[in-house]
Design a protein around this ligand. Structure first.
Ligand SMILES: O=C(O)c1cc(=O)[nH]c(=O)n1[C@@H]1O[C@H](COP(=O)(O)O)[C@@H](O)[C@H]1O
Length: 270
């Protein structure tokens, strides 16, 4: 199924714009999971099973798996999501960016090895570095536009012929790169004015919006700035605030409560 079709169905059927980010840090796992051989997979599957009915998508961050030599656990986790929670899109957060021949390998890794439904990509190397992902028309390609970190302004706020660089990226993706209707953009919840600007430039293209929760982004301002004309259009990510809401054996129940509260706080502003 096309990523956008699955995402739109999840928005509607789950009544949720919440994306739970899967950034498993073993140092923060509850004591009973520490040191277990597949602790990352166990932790993440319990989070997934506890929250799947509350989300529009999951976003595993590849570095948290690769840093622990746990790519096999990432593969198993994504397979688990597809099997046990069909219709829940998986956005692989990898922020790739490289020349075309290498990007082809990254695309195979994301879509054929890990079977992700979408991937985050850095647009900085230009169109030919993104083409290998766009060549999978059913897969989502979510391009960094105005990132949530303060240092994002160093480059993304540069003036390029009367537009800021992030505005240029937004326009370029919306007008030229989105021919298959499979693109989205990343805009941080920490910059609501820029969310509004991007929304004005791109119409109803989906936005991945990290930065609520641990980074302190404002939910009400994000919704006011970013909702599409259909009252959706947003994957609002929260990772640490949900994953580590509890510290003991009941961590998955605590994560569910945090996800429920976040989903409801989002829906209260729609
Ligand atoms: O592409 C991303 O997901 C992303 C882009 C961005 O601008 N800022 C950002 O925080 N992220 C990711 O979103 C997640 C945020 O995690 P929390 O701050 O714990 O909610 C991490 O996985 C980041 O890598």
């Amino acid at each position: 199924m096309h990523f956008m079709t699955a995402l739109e169905a999840a928005w509607r059927q789950r009544n949720s714009l919440l994306c739970v980010g899967l950034d498993p840090d073993p140092a923060r796992f509850p004591a009973h999971l520490q040191g277990r051989p597949h602790a990352i997979l166990e932790f993440c599957t319990q989070i997934v099973d506890a929250t799947a009915d509350l989300v529009c998508c999951f976003k595993p961050q590849i570095a948290y798996f690769a840093a622990r030599r746990a790519e096999d656990q990432l593969e198993a986790l994504i397979e688990h999501i597809h099997t046990r929670h069909p219709g829940t899109p998986v956005v692989l957060d990898a922020k790739r960016g490289d020349i075309g021949s290498t990007a082809e390998q990254y695309a195979v890794e994301a879509f054929e090895r890990f079977k992700a439904d979408a991937i985050t990509v850095n647009p900085y190397m230009g169109r030919d570095s993104v083409d290998p992902y766009l060549a999978y028309p059913d897969k989502g390609v979510i391009l960094l536009c105005r990132t949530s970190n303060p240092g994002g302004s160093d480059l993304q706020f540069l003036d390029v012929g009367g537009l800021k660089l992030y505005e240029h990226v937004a326009r370029l993706v919306a007008e030229e790169w989105n021919a298959s209707g499979n693109c989205g953009l990343v805009v941080g919840a920490t910059f609501p004015a820029e969310i509004a600007r991007v929304r004005a430039l791109i119409g109803d293209m989906p936005l991945l919006v990290p930065g609520i929760g641990a980074q302190g982004g404002d939910i009400a301002a994000t919704l006011a700035a970013g909702l599409s004309t259909h009252g959706a259009g947003l994957m609002i990510n929260s990772s640490r605030a949900i994953l580590y809401a509890g510290q003991d054996e009941n961590f998955a129940a605590a994560a569910r409560q945090a996800a429920l509260d976040t989903r409801d706080a989002i829906n209260a502003q729609r």
